[in-house]
Ligand binder design. Structure first.
Ligand SMILES: C[S@@+](CC[C@H](N)C(=O)[O-])C[C@H]1O[C@@H](n2cnc3c(N)ncnc32)[C@H](O)[C@@H]1O
Length: 261
């Protein structure tokens, strides 16, 4: 086994999400600012695909590992194809859920404390399940995918965003962020938990979900300022873009098979 694929004994640091408080929405000197910037690119992509693939209305949506609700709150404010979305957000961090609810202008998202390994919902109860920047935060992503598939209705949509596992992703996603973004906690990401697109596709297929679209997501390098490299503050204009290369990270959607009874 090469170094990239070697398992690591370092546990991922998921405790940070319990301590961010309002900094989820306000901090610029913290990697959470990158997550907000990423969401700005992910939200329209997800809304566009919901519109394209899911003609039914209304839609029940579950955002797994929703954090402070960057996606859940945005989805609740939009009506793809004129349809209101009934959004649920689930996370293991109670404080993140508190912040998410406080930043939900619709006051309609149902935030639920729970573990993605054991989703507290019946089989086939959602039209759409999302997991953004989440699968690389658990030791057993396939167990999460199994649960996602269980709660999805036939022909339902599963959206995911995660990081690819290779040297470039290690340097850009882990090391450059540690070096150049202030307040980056230790082990916020662990290389061995990053997932190659082929591995994720196979996990989906093993659990009756057929990958449909996959795009890369990367920083728009021209939006990185020289000043930010010295201050450790994420620039106001910093942005992400979708791309054909999945080398760093990727955003995708899979459809649940409709073969089940
Ligand atoms: C990087 S954050 C992503 C948050 C959100 N999806 C976003 O894109 O802004 C990862 C989230 O996963 C949550 N998490 C970690 N393990 C979990 C588990 N087993 N079940 C549910 N949530 C979990 C953390 O509390 C954290 O909020």
């Amino acid at each position: 086994m090469n170094l990239i694929d070697a398992p690591s004994k370092t546990p991922i640091n998921n405790d940070i999400y319990e301590t961010l408080g309002d900094r989820w929405y306000t901090a610029h000197d913290d990697p959470v600012a990158l997550l907000r910037k990423e969401s700005a690119t992910k939200v329209p992509w997800v809304l566009g695909k919901i519109d394209q693939y899911s003609p039914k209305a209304p839609l029940r949506v579950l955002d797994v590992g929703c954090g402070a609700g960057f996606l859940s709150n945005a989805l609740a404010q939009n009506s793809p194809g004129g349809r209101k979305l009934e959004v649920h957000g689930l996370d293991i961090s109670k404080d993140s859920l508190r912040v998410a609810a406080a930043h939900d202008p619709t006051a309609s998202v149902q935030y639920v404390h729970g573990d993605a390994y054991k989703l507290p919902f019946p089989d086939r109860s959602f039209d759409v399940v999302t997991s953004m920047d989440f699968l690389e935060h658990v030791d057993d992503p396939e167990l999460v995918i199994k649960e996602v598939s269980r709660v999805l209705k036939p022909e339902g949509l599963f959206f995911f965003h995660t990081f690819n596992r290779n040297w470039l992703a290690y340097i850009v996603i882990i090391k450059l962020v540690e070096w150049f973004v202030k307040n980056t906690p230790k082990h916020m990401h662990v290389l061995s938990l990053f997932i190659k697109p082929e591995e994720l596709k196979d996990m989906c297929l093993r659990h009756s979900m057929r990958p449909r679209d996959l795009v890369g997501l990367r920083p728009r390098f021209s939006t990185i300022t020289l000043k930010s490299l010295f201050t450790g503050v994420v620039p106001e204009g910093f942005a992400f873009t979708t791309t054909t290369s999945t080398r760093l990270s990727y955003l995708g959607v899979a459809t649940k098979d409709d073969l089940e009874p």
